[in-house]
Design a protein around this ligand. Structure first.
Ligand SMILES: NC(=O)c1ccc[n+]([C@@H]2O[C@H](COP(=O)([O-])OP(=O)(O)OC[C@H]3O[C@@H](n4cnc5c(N)ncnc54)[C@H](OP(=O)(O)O)[C@@H]3O)[C@@H](O)[C@H]2O)c1
Length: 295
């Protein structure tokens, strides 16, 4: 059994590889597919097979998936180009005869409307359905790590801005999502499933502010704004317009409850409770690696 993980040089991919190793998959059975092999020297040193594969280059993907039985297509980061890129990966995996293609989508891709990252994930799920290959969709909720920059800023300024109202986010850490992915790749019975993966407990922005206050050792005041005031505040603080608009759209999705799915899929697949907000943030704040926004 050989398992390929694409985008293995990102933040999520290495955690999936670690989780596969923890589940007893031998390093030589794991194929880490990356654009730049130099980025994963540490995996090669562990005995993991490294193959070059670029979502823009179908022949590279065909070679990367040769002889592989299961493929995890981790969504890429080049917004606006991803449906075609993911389609290239899915078609290459199907042509290679993969027994299972797993894809990291977004929570509630089937019925949410406001989350600005929906269209490319919905488009990719459609490609999967039409591929004819056995597939499983991992509809991932927000990474807790997405909030690290906001929390750092709140610790500095003593305030947290939001237009998310009382909406709740059931986030979980990348390691939680990676553990679930590894289970899906190593146990039977997942073909045809669309898992809605979210943390065990949702939290409001007020709770995030309180958590930031505890972690930072100072009071953090939550400022609830309407969307236009939120946008204005972000632009006034020097946030580039597309990023500010994206942030306000994300808060709208949170306000509408699109990131608060209370099911147990994630904990069940991970085989343990998901990481609590404060624990996830504390660990992420202690790491030097940069966080990024949800996309
Ligand atoms: N659920 C959430 O809250 C959330 C948050 C952020 C992102 N996401 C999504 O989840 C994915 C994984 O998260 P992450 O934290 O690992 O993201 P990340 O650290 O930004 O990693 C993105 C990965 O995509 C790879 N990639 C981008 N374009 C590619 C291409 N043309 N061909 C092959 N690989 C390509 C990158 O390769 P290089 O190393 O070569 O650049 C990198 O390995 C993201 O890419 C994004 O789609 C979800």
């Amino acid at each position: 059994m050989s398992i390929a993980v694409t985008a293995a040089s990102g933040n999520l991919g290495p955690l999936v590889v670690d989780a596969l190793l923890e589940r007893g998959v031998r390093p030589g059975q794991i194929v880490a597919v990356v654009r730049d092999p130099a980025k994963v020297d540490h995996m090669a040193a562990q005995g993991v097979s490294i193959r070059q594969g670029n979502y823009d280059n179908p022949p590279s993907l065909a070679a990367a998936f040769e002889g592989v039985q299961k493929v995890l297509v981790i969504s890429g980061s080049e917004i606006g180009r991803r449906v075609q890129q993911h389609a290239n990966a899915i078609h290459a995996a199907a042509a290679a005869g993969a027994e299972l293609i797993a894809y990291t989508s977004v929570l509630r891709a089937g019925d949410a409307t406001e989350n600005p990252v929906l269209p490319e994930h919905v488009g990719t799920e459609r490609v999967l359905e039409e591929s004819g290959a056995p597939f499983v969709v991992l509809r991932n909720g927000f990474y807790t790590e997405n909030y690290v920059d906001q929390v750092r800023q709140a610790m500095r300024s003593g305030e947290l801005l939001t237009s998310a109202g009382e909406g709740r986010t059931a986030s979980a850490t990348r390691a939680d999502f990676a553990a679930a992915a590894a289970t899906v790749l190593t146990t039977p019975g997942h073909a045809g499933q669309r898992y809605e993966l979210a943390g065990d407990a949702g939290w409001t922005m007020r709770e995030l502010a309180e958590t930031a206050g505890r972690l930072g050792g100072r009071q953090v005041v939550l400022r609830q704004l309407d969307e236009s005031a939120h946008l204005e505040a972000l632009l006034g603080a020097g946030t580039p317009e597309p990023i500010a608009e994206f942030a306000v759209a994300l808060d709208r999705a949170v306000r509408d409850g699109e990131l608060d799915v209370l099911g147990a899929d994630l904990a069940e697949l991970a085989g343990r409770p998901t990481t609590a907000l404060e624990d996830g943030l504390r660990a992420a704040l202690a790491r030097p690696s940069p966080s990024r926004g949800p996309d």
